[in-house]
Design a protein around this ligand. Structure first.
Ligand code: CO8
Length: 256
């Protein structure tokens, strides 16, 4: 196995564990990541999903370049679609995911972080989509998720120059939510603690509505918002939340 999957303080924690290759995404590790996402989807007792990379140097240095060579076009296309489908599983999880980016997040590694709900950077984090330097372009979602996050102009500049983005700039342009001091896993658990006390259905509906905001026409997004806010309204948690407000007490959400 080249990943570790465990539970930590009410969260799922996945560690890419191939530090000798800077956690590069071989086909095997991608498959393991996909299986881990499926497994976590069935865990009822976790409220957020943290993803990190083993070793001091890298979150993940991208697709395994040594494996990329000598592929047929069909293999290449399937490879790209496979990586996209693995990272796409994060969107469909009932819980939010947080990429804890230590060191390099390049290529497919940056794309894994982009597919996560939130990104926390260590002070040493460096992002990049350097595929252009290999004569390639991003293939695991980077051309679609980066512009949605930071805008087309900045995304084009980063993708077409292949330049690196350090933690401070990443925070300034909205590529990461925040820079964390100290132990990144502790920081990730603390970050998760800022929302995991709320009702899981409400958190999921909010995430789904916001994630669709860049996808289509405004009127469709507004319809989805109306539908999901009505679903949230029908939960016991909404009843409890509004009752607790009136009774001037803290709500006790039961995730239903
Ligand atoms: N793939 C395979 N091995 C890697 C990768 C990688 N992406 N990155 C690092 N490694 C290996 C190195 O080969 C080296 O192994 P060895 O010791 O056996 O030579 C080991 O990890 C340590 O790396 P370095 O010695 O290079 O470490 P440095 O600190 O000198 O440099 C860097 C760190 C700057 C991160 C450097 O390793 C680097 O530039 N790596 C490549 C980054 C990159 O270009 N990533 C993008 C890859 S392409 C991609 O992600 C998407 C392609 C399109 C998808 C298509 C789908 C099929």
């Amino acid at each position: 196995m080249t990943i570790d999957l465990e539970k930590r303080s009410g969260c799922a924690l996945l560690t890419l564990n191939r530090p000798e290759a800077l956690n590069a995404l071989s086909f095997d590790i991608l498959r393991e990541i996909g299986d881990a996402f499926d497994e976590v989807a069935g865990w009822k007792d976790v409220r957020a999903f943290l993803i990190t990379g083993a070793g001091e140097k890298a979150f993940c240095a991208g697709a395994d370049i040594k494996e990329l060579r000598n592929r047929t076009l069909t293999e290449q296309k399937r490879g790209s679609e496979f990586g996209q489908s693995v990272f796409g599983k994060l969107d469909r999880l009932p819980i939010a995911s947080i990429a804890l980016v230590n060191g390099y997040a390049f290529g497919g590694g940056a794309e894994l972080a982009l597919a996560s709900t939130f990104r926390l950077a260590g002070a040493d984090a460096v992002f990049g989509l350097p595929e252009i330097k290999l004569g390639l372009i991003p293939g695991y979602g980077g051309t679609q998720r980066l512009p949605r996050l930071i805008g087309e102009g900045r995304a084009l500049e980063i993708i077409m120059t292949g330049r690196s983005v350090k933690a401070e700039e990443a925070e300034r342009i909205g590529l990461v939510n925040t820079i964390a001091d100290g132990d990144l896993i502790e920081a990730g658990l603390a970050f998760a603690g800022r929302f995991t006390r709320y009702s899981l259905p409400a958190l999921e509906f909010a995430r789904r509505a916001v994630q669709r905001s860049g996808d289509g026409p405004l009127h469709e997004g507004l319809q989805l918002e109306a539908d999901l806010s009505t679903l949230a309204y029908q939960t016991r948690d909404a009843e409890e939340g509004m009752a607790a407000f009136e009774e001037k007490r803290k709500p006790e959400f039961g995730d239903e």
